[in-house]
Design a binder for this molecule. Structure first.
Ligand code: ZN
Length: 329
């Protein structure tokens, strides 16, 4: 696919991913991924991103034969609280950055214009633009990873809210006296359905006497159980892992019912590692959501897994940049 292109940068707590996204459509090219090593601090991480992006641009231009002016800019996705107008990361627990001007730093390094957004907004936008929700007006994205994030698109635009934090689906309350959440509240969806919460619930059950192949998979060190390992146990036919994941699906279904009744979306797309737990989870998610939402709203809404597991962050960050270029609606 020839240019012009926009670079997408996905800064995750675990991995950095960069790639060039063709403005006119097509798969991202020149993709590069490596571990974030956030302990190096933001300046070293930005330098590394600069190197990865320069490599990717050189690679793509040499293959496609374009000139460097065919690379129009850089979209950046980052976890945590983002100050978009100033291109700042306010706080991001996954990276440990505080008030860091990531947008300006990357713009200076690469001599290209930049746009910064929250990683869940990027993933949601990507699924709307090039993934599971193409062509719909109203879409909600739920990202299930270390935490539970979300993004809302209404009328084809990202809902930002009064202070830019709209879409924090993971921190809506699903249990009045529920589990403590990383945000300080009790009973948030994230405290039940995030990767770390799934693992924690599994460990608690094992401590209380539940039997599972999980115990053998970690040689008895049950603190090492992760959500990924639970998905593995599920594939091995483990009944306890199945129970944990069906419970997770119910929690997600409750959260999704709240969204369906509030926003009446065409599509709710669930992205992240939990999707790897299997399609059958979506049966339980849909059942739970159906029981708790208005019939007409439920019937109008598809609840689907994301279609861009590795590249949603890169595609969405670039897509948001493109949507904000002069001349775009
Ligand atoms: Zn919370």
């Amino acid at each position: 696919m020839s240019g012009p292109w926009v670079v997408g940068v996905d800064i995750g707590g675990t991995n950095l991913v960069v790639g060039l996204v063709p403005v006119e459509g097509g798969e991202p090219c020149g993709l590069r991924s490596q571990s974030t090593q956030s302990e190096r601090g933001p300046d070293a991480t930005v330098k590394e991103i600069g190197r990865m992006v320069a490599d990717a641009i050189e690679d793509v231009l040499s293959k496609e034969g374009g000139a460097s002016d065919q690379v129009l800019g850089v979209g950046i996705g980052c976890p945590g609280s983002i100050d978009r107008p100033n291109g700042m990361v306010r706080t991001t627990p996954n990276l440990g950055w505080v008030d860091y001007p990531v947008s300006t730093q990357i713009a200076n390094l690469l001599q290209l214009p930049t746009v910064l957004d929250n990683d869940a907004n990027c993933a949601t936008y990507a699924e709307w633009w090039r993934g599971a929700g193409q062509g719909v007006e109203h879409l909600v994205g739920i990202t299930v990873g270390t935490g539970v994030g979300g993004g809302v698109m209404l009328g084809g635009r990202i809902l930002r809210g009064a202070s830019g934090s709209a879409g924090e689906v993971g921190h809506t309350t699903i249990d009045l006296n529920g589990r403590r959440c990383s945000c300080g509240n009790y009973g948030c969806l994230e405290a039940y359905a995030s990767g770390s919460s799934i693992a924690l619930r599994a460990v608690e059950g094992l401590r209380a006497g539940s039997q599972s192949v999980l115990t053998e998979l970690v040689d008895g060190n049950i603190n090492q159980i992760s959500a990924a390992l639970i998905y593995e146990a599920l594939q091995l036919g483990d009944e306890y892992a199945r129970e944990i994941m069906l419970e997770t699906a119910k929690f997600l279904g409750i959260g999704i019912a709240n969204l369906i009744n509030t926003l009446n979306p065409d599509v709710v797309v669930v992205v992240g590692g939990v999707v790897g737990a299997g399609d059958y989870l979506f049966g339980t998610i849909r059942e739970e959501a159906q029981q708790r939402s208005f019939k007409s709203a439920f019937e109008a809404c598809k609840i689907v897994p994301g279609q861009l597991p590795e590249t949603a962050g890169v595609i969405g960050a670039a897509g948001i940049f493109i949507s904000e270029m002069p001349g775009q609606s």
